[in-house]
Structure formats: structure tokens, C-alpha cells
Ligand binder design. Sequence first.
Ligand code: AMP
Length: 466
Amino acid sequence: MCGIIGIVSRSRQVASDMYYGLYGLQHRGKESAGMVTSECGEKCCFQGEMGEIPIVFSKKILERLSGNVGIAQNRYSTTSESSFENIQPIQGYWGGEEFWIAHNGNLINTEDLREYCLNKGRQPSADSDTAAIASLISLTSAFSFEQAVKKTIQKLRGAFSLVILYKDRIIVVRDSLGIRPLCLGKRKDGYIVASETCALHHMGATLIREIDPGEISVINRAGIKKYYHPSVTARKFCIFELIYFSRPDSIVLGRRVGDVQENMGRLLAQEHPAEADIVIPIPDSGNYGGWGFIEVSKIPNGQKAILRTHLISRTFIEAVQELRDQGVDLKFVILKEKVMGKRVVLIDDSVVRGTTQKRLVKWLRAAGAKEIHARIFSPPYMYPCYYGIDTYRVKDELIAKRNKGDIEKIRQELGLDSLEYLSLDLAIKAIIETPCVRKPCISLKPDNFCAACFNSRYPVKPSKIN
Ligand code: AMP
């Protein structure tokens, strides 16, 4: 998963703006980050490095990145290695001019695209799907760069939200199903696109609208122009963005993500009530859902029984199970006196491998909890995602898949006294019924979501599903 940003300003240097924007998107990936800037289409300046934002960009580097047009990305690898060559934005050439591309999402036909490029005598600069897109654009003859982009995206299969820097402008692209988010904001001095509205907020911009599925738009100093804007016939937004990935203050499909999760928690309490003394939302992923559950169940809020240290972040990113276990142990502390002798309900957004639940159950038992129940505000995570939530490379580790969806077996493996999941119908109902904080409200239908991780209905069929 990744975060992307594009900015065009009429009057300001944009590097420090993008720095703050990237900070706001670090929850989407922090293996590496990069940005590229250009002064009115003159030669571009690039900085990219492995690591988190403050490591990649010092004050001195930001000063060197001059220009009032730029794009940036932070990366959590979904195709290919987490390595220097795969840092984005990635450079390409079209018609002798350089362009740069940053991508959020994941293609399912990268191998075919690479082969196509190699057959045409062009070796992509890295093994990522994004490098393949850059090579494809370079190979495409057209009367304009925008046309080359349009022709190229017809060959892409999967999820892609793209920002491309070319000369004095940015080309913004979203796949025809709108699987990954992308939004457009404005500031007095220009326009900004970003994966999430939380980045717009940190860059001092206000949301204009979300980029539509299938849309290609061009932004320059004169403003934004829709280059290609087919009517939205199918929308398949990733449901996991709303359950877990996007930041709770972000606005997606007109709804505040935290409000959606709170609603999921409310419906979870109705669908699967629990008898307990306290409800502990697992911070931070279970917070909003947990508050919704508490509101409906009227069980006292036990959030003070758990401390989450913020020096450790998303621990699933660790490659080795032992490190993930340690990460969870470093991340959470149970306050013994608050759980001793109590019946506890844990609320979380999802159970992927089960690492978090297993470790917390261990520590809660050690702290003397009498009963431990878990209520999850999404269905069992059964099937790998090929569109950017990186579960296809770890599919055999998915606890629900390993246990063939048998909730009783999962409960036993996690060591819980009871375990229940929100049904998919109610998860979707929770989203649709969440009031919009932006007008006009995007009206949604149950089939507007990709929920393949829960129901295996892949909107773009991967060649091998297993
Ligand atoms: P786990 O400990 O693997 O059950 O996962 C615990 C938390 O991390 C949950 O909040 C999940 O939503 C999140 N999570 C785990 N793995 C992934 C992944 N590959 N991509 C996104 N989120 C994940």
C-alpha cells in the first residue's frame, strides 16, 4: 500500500508542502519515500531513500528540491522488493522529455506487461508494476503525452491511482473501478491531489471532490481540466480501506472513515452482543468501531485498560513472525488492575494472521482477566488481496483461510472464550448508512465495493486464484 501526492502551485515552492502531506500518509507505507519537483517544466529534482519521512528528507534536501510542481510517494511494497530501485516516483522518458510517475495500488498483469516491454526492447528500470507502467508509456506513440497515458492505461489490469509529472503539469489517473482512493483539493495558490483527504488537511488544502473511477485529469497553473471522464458505470471501492487502511479523519465516498467504523461497531453490537464487564477497543485500529459497540451495548468503556505506545506502528509490516510477535508486545501494555477478575470484550477491525489477538489474549490471561471475548467489525479475512492490501504473498498465513472459515476453530487457535465477526451485509450497510459530511452525498449500492478478501468475488480476475 502506498500514499501519493501531486501539487501544482502558482506561487510557492512545493517540497515542504509535500513533506507534510507525506507525513499525513505514512500510515499507508513507510518503507521508502520519494519526491520530485520541477520549476515550470524545467529539469526535475528528485530525492528518494529507504526509510521514514524525516530520514528521507532533511531541511537541506527540501531546500534543494526547488519548484512549484511536484509529486511524491511513500511506499509499502506490494509487488516486488522493498529496495532502493523500487523507490517512487519512477522516471521515464516520452518523446525525449522526462516524466515521473507515482502509484498506489497493485496490478495483476505486471509479468505480462514486463514481457511486452522486453519484447519491444525496453527493460523496465525496476521490477515493480509501476516501473512497467513507466516503460509502457515510454513505448507508446501518440500525438500528446496525455494520449500516451490514456492508451497505456488500457493495458493495465488491477488497481491503480496514479500521479504523473510531465513538464509543467500533473496527470491524475484512477482505474475504472476506483479501487484505491484519490482526491482533489484546492488552496489559494493551486491544486493538490492526494490518496487521502488527511494529506490535504496537512497541506492546508480543502477537498473539492474525489477523482472519479476511470478519470484522467490534467492540472497545471491554469487549473484542472478533465482530459477523459467516462461516466461511472461500475465502482468497486476497496472495503478494507474503510475498515482499516484509511485514516479515521479522512473523507472517503463523502463519509468520514471514523464515522463508518463507529457505525460498523454499532451494528456489530446488535448482531453479536456480548455479556461482559468492560469493552476494550484495540488501539488504534479498533477505536472507532469499539466506541460504536460501547454506545449500543452500554458495557463500560475499558479503553484505559490498554496502553498503545506510538513508537511502534503497524506491526504486520515486519517480515518475520517473531518480529511481529515482539512488535505487538512492544506496542501494547495491559494494565493489570483494570482487567483482573473481569469479563473483557476486545474489539478490533479485522483478524489477519491473528498475531495481535493471540498476544493480547496471552497478556490479558496473565493479567487475570476472567473471560476474553472478541468482536470483530469485519467478516473473516479469508482470501488474499491482489489489489494493494498485501495479503497475496502471505495467503497461507491468513488465520481464517487456514481454518477454512471455521470460526470455532479460529476461536480455539486464538485462545478466546468467544469470537464473532460482523457479517458482510451489515458491514456494507454500515458504510452506506453513514451520513455524508460532504454534499452532494455519493449514493452507494451494495455492489459498489470490492470485498474479495471476504467473499472471493474479485472484480478484476487474477490469472491464478488460490
Ligand atoms: P493480525 O495481527 O495479523 O491479525 O493483524 C492485526 C491488525 O493489522 C489488524 O488491525 C489488521 O487489519 C492489520 N493488518 C494485518 N495484516 C495486514 C496487511 N497485510 N495489510 C493491512 N493490514 C493488515
